[in-house]
Ligand binder design. Structure first.
Ligand code: ZN
Length: 165
């Protein structure tokens, strides 16, 4: 006999973008002045992409690349906040409510801490959840590898979702 459906699920999201010369990064919907920028088909917000994949993954709804293929011209420069909200709407339609997120940004520079509260508030606002439900940490690449040598930026996120009554 199948066991009753579990009231909680978790999802994991990971994303990486190449970095090149530029004037800033978009992280969690917040523009951060910097001497490099992330390169991507959409607006290259690596953190929102990781969160979007975590949310979709929690409900086994596929991933951001399936929802918004980078082969479609309509997705060029696409606003990642809109993509996140579309994923959240699919999560809700599948019968799940978002519980909390815990996110990590991997970047050698710039320092994320001075921007952390603005980024948390931005993510909470996009998803309509309490800022207390959005954890955000940052790690450097310790000066080695693509992160440490500032050729790439990555982000990871886990999301807990709760079955809606
Ligand atoms: Zn991405």
């Amino acid at each position: 006999m199948p066991s009753p459906p579990h009231p909680f699920r978790i999802g994991l999201g990971h994303d990486t973008h190449r970095l090149g010369p530029g004037d800033g990064l978009l992280l969690g919907g917040v523009r951060i002045p910097h001497d490099r920028s992330a390169i991507g088909h959409s607006d290259a917000d690596v953190l929102l992409h990781a969160i979007t994949d975590a949310i979709l993954g929690a409900a086994a709804l596929g991933d951001i690349g399936e929802m918004f293929p980078d082969t479609l011209e309509a997705n060029r420069g696409r606003n990642s906040g809109e993509m996140l909200q579309a994923a959240a709407a699919r999560l809700a339609a599948a019968g799940w409510a978002l519980g909390n997120l815990d996110c990590v940004i991997f970047a050698q520079r710039p320092k994320i801490l001075p921007h952390r509260e603005r980024i948390r508030a931005s993510i909470a606002g996009l998803l309509g959840i309490d800022v207390e439900a959005v954890g955000l940490k940052a790690k450097t690449g310790e000066g080695v590898g693509p992160i440490g040598e500032e050729n790439a930026i990555s982000a990871e996120c886990v999301a807990l979702v709760v079955r809606r009554a």
